[in-house]
Design a protein around this ligand. Structure first.
Ligand SMILES: Nc1ncnc2c1ncn2[C@@H]1O[C@H](COP(=O)(O)OP(=O)(O)OP(=O)(O)O)[C@@H](O)[C@H]1O
Length: 280
């Protein structure tokens, strides 16, 4: 799926100052891309625009061009995007329908609305539960799920729609780093199997950096820098969260005392420290 933003600016209704933009972006050819930013940097607004929320759910003025697979956003009703674009937000309880009695029914909700044959719906439920490691939640009432369990289930609901563009707006915020890494690995397999692009919207450097080779950093709705993880690292680190070891690398880089690539995993971190300091 090709996503192209040209001079996109969004101003909320009643505001004068744009909340986002001007922003230019062409997604690289990788399955994953990450958009980093601190609180209020515009990640959710951008995610909602990409999900086609303008103008039905996101009212205001959009200028420039935001194209997804050649189709200009804002020109078709939001419901028409459901089969190709899915957005998972950071508060899972807000995304549960509230009208089903089991996780299985909740995942079936979208495919049933597409009037798919029952056998295909069942197959999609199974696949989505497997991909999110949630088979054990299948018969649970959605209202009894913990925060992390609910995040797995809303992700399963999104996957059951077989999206070609999956937007994950801090969608792992209630999961442990280990569970997040496990899900991201499953999502990479999903993306390759279904030719899907996944955009992560994150306040935390890890574990997104492990899966994305390219990133965009937002600050107050404006693009700060775009490029490889190594290229964006210095600027990103003043705006996002990262483990202490990466804070140390940031400090060393600031004092020109780091010459290695920026590690994207713990193992890369250990190797990089060995390479940098083994001779000392
Ligand atoms: N519908 C809206 N109308 C007016 N202002 C909005 C609307 N949605 C968000 N904003 C404002 O736009 C700015 C960007 O918000 P956004 O939710 O995109 O930030 P974010 O990067 O997702 O932040 P966080 O990490 O805190 O979730 C904030 O100042 C927010 O108050």
């Amino acid at each position: 799926m090709v996503v192209i933003l040209k001079d996109v600016t969004f101003t909320s209704r009643g505001d004068e100052k744009p909340l986002l933009g001007p922003l230019n972006l062409t997604l690289p050819d990788d399955p994953f891309f990450v958009i980093y930013g601190g609180n209020g940097s515009g990640k959710s607004i951008l995610a909602q625009l990409l999900a086609g929320w303008f103008p039905e759910q996101l009212t205001g003025h959009l200028s420039g061009s935001l194209q997804i697979s050649g189709e200009e956003i804002g020109q078709a009703p939001l419901s028409t995007h459901a089969t190709r674009i899915q957005l998972v937000q950071q508060s899972p309880q807000l995304q549960l329908s509230g009208c089903t009695f089991s996780v299985e029914e909740e995942i079936a909700f979208g495919p049933e609305n597409l009037a798919l044959p029952p056998a295909e719906i069942l197959q999609r439920i199974d696949e989505a539960l497997d991909n999110t490691h949630s088979q054990h939640l299948r018969t649970r009432h959605p209202s009894t799920l913990s925060g992390g369990e609910a995040q797995r289930v809303v992700l399963a609901c999104a996957l059951a729609m077989h999206p070609k563009l999956l937007l994950l707006d801090e969608a792992f915020s209630r999961l442990t780093p280990k569970a997040t890494t496990q899900l991201l690995s499953e999502l990479r397999n999903y993306a390759l199997r279904h030719d899907c692009k996944i955009i992560l919207f994150e306040r935390a450097f890890l574990p997104a950096a492990k899966y994305c080779s390219q990133a965009l950093v937002l600050k107050q709705g404006q693009p700060l820098i775009q490029g490889s993880i190594s290229q964006i690292f210095q600027m990103a680190m003043t705006h996002i969260n990262a483990p202490d070891a990466w804070q140390v690398i940031h400090l060393l880089s600031t004092h020109h005392a780091w010459s290695e690539d920026i590690p994207r995993t713990e193992n890369e971190l250990i190797s990089a420290f060995k390479d940098q300091y083994a001779s000392l």
